[in-house]
Structures are given as C-alpha cells and as structure tokens.
Design a protein around this ligand. Structure first.
Ligand SMILES: *Cc1c(COP(=O)(O)O)cnc(C)c1O
Length: 480
C-alpha cells in the first residue's frame, strides 16, 4: 500500500465535498425550484390524476455517472412532486392533513450540514437539551409533570409503539399472564395501535372493542361494566387506550371519565392524541381534551397539529423510569457517554440510537413565529370546520355528528339511485377537478365522505372552493 495509491483515491473521494461555487450553483437550483413551488402553492393542484406514477425515476438509475442538479430537480418535479396527492396544498382535506412549515426546511438543512448527534447527551448536549425542552413544553401544555419521560419520534405510529411497549413492561405482562390480560379500545382506534400491539408481542391478549355512543366515542359506563365482568372472570384488565381525536371521524373519547375508571382499576391509560393533541393550545380544544393529563402515556404529532413537515411525533410517559426500563441499554463501546448525565438521552427512551436531529425542525419555527400564529391557525381550523358543517348541511347533505375537532363526515342521499354509488361519483369528480382533495370512509356500512381540516394553508377561500366543487358536482350528478 503506497502513498500514491491513497492520494489517488483521495482525489476521487474529495468529490464528495463540493467546492463553494458548486454549492452555490446547486443551492441556486434548489432555491429556484422551491421558491417556484411556494409562490404557486395556491394554484398547484391538491391532487393530480394524470402522472407517470414515479416511473420517470427509472431514467436515472443509480450508477457511476453523476447527474446534474438541473436534471435531478426536473426528475423530482415530474416524478415525485407532481403525481397524486400534494400534501403541501391547503386544498388537502383528506385523511389527516400534514403541514410543511417553511422554517422547518431551513432547520433540516442546518441539521444535515452540522449533523449534530442528538441521540446521546454526552455527544450533543445542546441538541439533546433542545429536544428535551420541546418535550417539556409539550408535557406542560398536556398537564404532564416536567420530569416525565418523552421522545421525539418519526411520527405517531412509533410514538404509540413506544407507549405500548412501556405499558407492557410496566404492567408485567409476560408469558404466564398474557392470555388472561385484557386490552380495552375503541373500534375507531387508529390502526397503528393494532399494529403496535402485535409488534409489542401482545397479540395473544384479549382485546375488548368497546361500545360507542352515537358520536363514535367510547361509552364509559359500559366500559366500567365490561371491566367488572372481566375481573369476575379472573381476567387481568391492564391497558386502556383512548383517542383524543380519532382519525376517521375526529371524535374525542371522554378522556376524564375513562381516566378515572382506569385509575380505579389500576390500569395503564394510553391516549392517542396524534391528531388532536395540539388543539390544547386553543381554549376550545383545551376544554374538549380535559382529562388528557390523567393518562400514563400520550402520543401527539407535531407534523399534524403544529404543521411541521412529515417526520415528527412525540411520545410522553408520565413515569420516566418506566419508559427507561423498557428502552435503556448499555454497550461497552459507549462507556464514555455515561459520565455526564444532567439530561436524559433520547437513546435511553426509544428503540433508536442514531437518529435525525428532529428537535431543530420544531424549535426553529416555534421560536421564529412565536406561539400566537399557531394558536390562531388551530382556532381558525376549528371555526372553518364548524362553517363547513353548517354549509354542507345547507347544500342538502346528510352529516355525521357535530365535529369535536376538525373532521366532518357527510354524504348526499339522492332522491333516486344508490347513495353509495352517488357519493363515490362525487369523490371522483372532486379528484378530477384536483383543486382540493377529500377522502372517504365507511360508517355503519355506508360510504361516507370526510372533511379533515388541518393544513395551515387551508383558509376560508379554500373551504368555499370545496363547497363550490361539491355543489356543482352534485347538481351535475343529479341531472345525469
Ligand atoms: C396520524 C395518526 C396516527 C399515526 O401517526 P403517524 O404520524 O402517521 O405515524 C396515529 N393515531 C392517530 C389518531 C392519527 O391521526
């Protein structure tokens, strides 16, 4: 091995560090494209029906040959950003809309450049402290003690998984008692909960799908009867799961009542507030979510309720020791990092070790905007939903229950013909138009349309646009 061979490799390897002028050139292309995207965001469709399904990407296989930034951006535009749903659009009223705050993009840029290590306090005390400050802040608005455990996850699904694994261990569920152990949840619970139960090895537990009231919320009186019945049968009720805003219909379970019952029966109380949690920043939301503080673990998604770009959820566990008991591990090669622990390290409270420095993308927008526009935006969404609920009724649609938060379910029942078919056609018409996007669900066996309002870019004009499209599509279908 001679020095010349090493230098020859170095020459090629150094291409991984673009020169200042190359950086400027690449950045210019990226900025030009992203500015074009943002300046046109009100006119870019929320849904594109005609597209290449991303197949254009095959034109540039991964190979030895470098691609120019211009070509790369053109590919991204055509084959990634154009096809199907545009989640950055304020016209996104489907599923649970996400966000995409601009300042988070700058945070991601900085986090990628400095590449701070946010897994362990010893390595990145500032990064870890920043994440812990965000967790404490979320804890505070949730009525949790500041010394609770918490973790910034990739989203609500992993947040739910961490909470459920912690519950399993804290409640001593093991091979001896698993088949007698009972979990209580709503049939409207998010499917990530069902997944998490399976991944956590709780598939053999008894799962009680609870009776709901006429607003799709857990009926707490019937819940308590069910627990008593199970106890009489010598079963082990250990886990109660409620939702602070279900994905399907936006229902908030009676969090306080369920909390009191859970405590009385010494069960672990998990709340999935992935969608609804940050409405606690509003007066109306806070009142709706009363009792959330009684939970033992809580999932809440900043990439929903704080309008951040995808990739940020939070899990809180009231007793940090329990969270750590499930997730802590020591490895010899990490021994240096144990000397200094004035802050808990993310790696001790989650399955992850090395991870994206997620804190920065939440911290920077909160700092640069201050809280007031966040509160206003959430309050605006609550009012827009009330407005839509009233206006869609005025158009003659059947509606589901009055919205707890920002989801409305509705369908049109025509004088003649099948209502399911009619509403499917309505959905297709909205998709074809593309300015707004809505999704559907099945409630009581009926095909039902959904309105979910959570994009920070949805405003009165966007909702009026949806109403206008529905009105004219309905009239057209009625004439057909
Ligand atoms: C979105 C959502 C989830 C899943 O969260 P992800 O961030 O998509 O992983 C879980 N529960 C509820 C109620 C949700 O709305």
């Amino acid at each position: 091995m001679n020095r010349a061979a090493i230098k020859k490799l170095e020459f090629i390897a150094r291409k991984l560090e673009p020169s200042e002028s190359d950086r400027v050139a690449a950045r210019k292309e990226v900025v030009t494209y992203s500015e074009k995207f943002l300046n046109n965001i009100e006119h870019i469709k929320a849904f594109n029906e005609k597209h290449d399904k991303g197949k254009g990407l095959w034109k540039a296989p991964i190979s030895e040959k470098p691609l120019s930034i211009k070509k790369a951006i053109r590919l991204i535009e055509k084959s990634v950003d154009h096809p199907a749903l545009n989640p950055a659009s304020g016209g996104h009223f489907g599923y649970i809309p996400g966000g995409g705050l601009y300042y988070s993009s700058l945070s991601d840029y900085l986090a990628a450049i400095t590449n701070r290590y946010a897994g362990i306090f010893y390595a990145g005390p500032g990064a870890v402290r920043m994440e812990n400050i965000l967790i404490s802040w979320t804890a505070k608005i949730s009525g949790y003690p500041s010394a609770c455990g918490g973790n910034l996850t990739s989203g609500g699904s992993i947040a739910n998984l961490i909470g459920i694994c912690t519950a399993r261990d804290a409640m001593n569920i093991n091979s001896k008692n698993i088949r007698q152990s009972v979990i209580y949840l709503s049939p409207q619970v998010h499917h990530s909960i069902n997944k998490a139960l399976r991944i956590a090895g709780l598939g053999e537990c008894i799962v009680r799908h609870l009776v709901l009231d006429d607003r799709y919320r857990i009926d707490s009186k019937k819940l308590e009867q069910q627990i008593r019945d199970d106890k009489k049968k010598k079963l082990n009720p250990f886990l109660m799961i409620a939702s602070a805003g279900t994905t399907d219909v936006g229902a908030v379970d009676p969090l306080k009542g369920i909390g009191i019952i859970s405590k009385k029966h010494k069960m672990w109380y998990a709340i999935d507030a992935a969608y609804g949690g940050y409405f606690m920043l509003t007066k109306a939301g806070k009142a709706k979510l009363q009792g959330i503080e009684l939970s033992d673990s809580l999932s809440i998604d900043p990439h929903k309720g704080l309008f951040l770009p995808y990739g940020l959820g939070i899990v809180l566990v009231k007793d940090r020791k329990k969270m750590s008991a499930t997730h802590f591990y020591q490895a010899n090669y990490m021994q240096d990092s144990f000397s200094e622990i004035d802050e808990p390290s993310p790696c001790d409270l989650s399955p992850e070790l090395t991870k994206h420095f997620r804190g920065l993308r939440m911290w920077l927008p909160l700092q640069l905007h201050g809280l007031s526009p966040f509160r206003a935006c959430l309050e605006e969404k609550l009012l827009l939903t009330k407005y839509f609920y009233r206006e869609i009724k005025n158009l003659g649609f059947e509606t589901g229950p009055e919205p707890d938060l920002t989801v409305v379910t509705y369908r049109f029942v025509p004088d003649k013909g099948d209502a399911d078919v009619f509403n499917k056609k309505l959905l297709e018409a909205v998709k074809r138009d593309g300015r707004v996007f809505i999704s559907s669900t099945v409630l009581n066996g009926k095909f039902t349309l959904r309105f979910a309002c959570l994009s920070f870019r949805s405003h009165l004009a966007t909702v009026d646009c949806l109403l206008e499209i529905l009105k004219s599509a309905k009239a057209k279908l009625e004439r057909a």
